[in-house]
Design a protein around this ligand. Structure first.
Ligand code: 0X9
Ligand code: ZN
Length: 429
């Protein structure tokens, strides 16, 4: 019997990531703006899945299915765009990632006698939620746990309100930070939950707790996140099936194409089988409606909204559909640079410096229906997408090795400190 269980467990472990058998991943490094522009249509033509967006002179990482590999590499060669293979077999690289996660878990287990926190590894939704519930119970004077709605599949969506005055002091600016609208961007929940840690368990910047009211929503898309653990590591969307006649076989909507900002126009697909499917209408998804409602509820005093994605070490701002600049572009840029400079000063030398700018001008692709633009459109003066750091050249897997998670949390917090203080100054004025 025991033998059977072992065999079964083994079989299960090896059945994992099966979908990616034979897929390859590539570093792609456009040398000029011209090459970056030409790359866009190639990525579309070969249904390439972009894990990290290439920018000029900084390579990105993309996934390519077996049937498209020959065409894709030929197209790059024809345009003299630099590329190299990152993983010969994506399934094997994912298996390798799993061993890194398991190894760190085993090491930590002996250190902290089995207590898991969401910022020491890539943790399950249950572990993240247990932490939120625990913090709310331990810090009842400053923390309130809220479950505004459940996800499409019925999981709670949770956020924490952190405030020394229970959100009663209307003069305080509100800062709203969310994470993991894109399910596969696993570095996002640790970075966001670390902020909770820094505002509760380890307060080293008391002014941030005293002077601001915080809304922190670590996992906008719990269904998608759970699915990346159970079935498909690279799942990006929600898991809804009520958008389209094809949604039964192709579930989910790209949450960051579902907001009512030039919805359905640029860098988005109207096919539910695509990763950037925008949904049947703006705010078709309960998950994006939760974020929308929070933005509106506290809009009159919301100074800063951040949505944490990965990866690429970038801080991006409006307008993300056409590259035009908002009236607040100067403040957006200077505060963005201030945050990036603080992070760069705290980062490890092997991580890239942050790039700051309008998202179209940095990424060379427009995307409508994103949360950063929607927040800014309705009046949040400072609204940004963070693309957190990711894989560094030379590593074999796709996750940032979990040994670097805490580093990313710490350096990102340095950016938040500066961003919050600058937002506070601007808001008061
Ligand atoms: O494409 C996205 O949604 C974001 N990149 S990601 O790799 N995390 O998917 C970038 C969004 C930038 N913001 C806007 N285009 N408004
Ligand atoms: Zn993302």
């Amino acid at each position: 019997m025991r033998f059977l269980v072992v065999v079964l467990l083994f079989a299960l472990a090896y059945a994992k990531h099966e979908k990616y058998e034979g897929w390859k991943s590539y570093y792609v490094g456009p040398a000029s703006a011209e090459q970056l522009k030409n790359l866009g249509p190639i990525l579309d033509q070969y249904s390439v899945d972009v894990l990290s967006h290439p920018i000029v002179q900084r390579e990105g990482v993309v996934l390519v299915a077996p049937k498209h590999q020959a065409g894709f590499t030929k197209a790059l060669e024809d345009l003299a765009i630099d590329y190299k293979v990152h993983a010969e077999n994506v399934k094997a690289a994912l298996d390798y990632d799993d061993t890194l996660i398991a190894a760190k878990k085993a090491r930590d287990f002996t250190r902290n006698s089995g207590r898991n926190v969401p910022y020491d590894n890539y943790q399950t939704l249950d572990t993240i939620y247990a932490y939120l519930i625990d913090v709310a119970a331990r810090f009842p004077n400053t923390v309130t746990l809220v479950n505004p709605a459940n996800s499409f599949e019925g999981r709670p969506i949770y956020y924490l309100k952190i405030s020394t005055t229970n959100f009663q002091d209307e003069r305080k600016p509100v800062i709203f930070i969310d994470g993991c609208i894109h399910a596969r961007e696993w570095i996002s929940p640790p970075s966001v939950t670390w902020m909770i840690h820094k505002l509760t368990e380890d307060v080293t910047e008391p002014d941030l707790l005293e002077n601001f009211d915080w809304i922190i929503l670590p996992v906008v898309n719990p269904d998608g996140y759970a699915f990346t653990f159970s079935s498909d590591r690279f799942w990006r969307k929600t898991r809804s099936t009520d958008n389209h006649s094809l949604s039964g076989s192709c579930p989910g909507v790209d949450g960051n194409r579902n907001y009512d900002f030039f919805w359905g126009t640029v860098g988005t697909s109207n096919s539910p089988c695509e990763d950037t499917y925008g949904g049947s209408r703006a705010f078709s998804e309960v998950e994006t409606r939760v974020v929308r409602d929070l933005l509106h509820e506290y809009l009159h005093r919301m100074a800063l909204y951040l949505t944490m994605h990965s990866y690429g070490s970038m801080i991006l701002y409006a307008w993300g559909h056409d590259g035009s600049l908002s009236h607040n572009a100067f403040a957006l840029h200077t505060v963005g640079v201030n945050m990036a400079t603080a992070i760069d000063a705290a980062k490890l030398p092997r991580f890239s410096n942050y790039t700051v700018g309008n998202s179209v001008l940095v990424l060379f692709y427009g995307a409508s229906g994103a949360s950063d633009d929607y927040a800014h459109l309705i009046g949040v003066p400072l609204s940004y997408t963070y693309e957190l750091p990711g894989l560094q050249g030379g590593l074999q897997g796709f996750h940032l090795d979990p040994i670097y998670i805490e580093q990313v949390c710490r350096e990102t917090w340095e950016g938040i400190i500066v961003g919050a203080r600058r937002a506070g100054e601007l808001f008061r004025r």
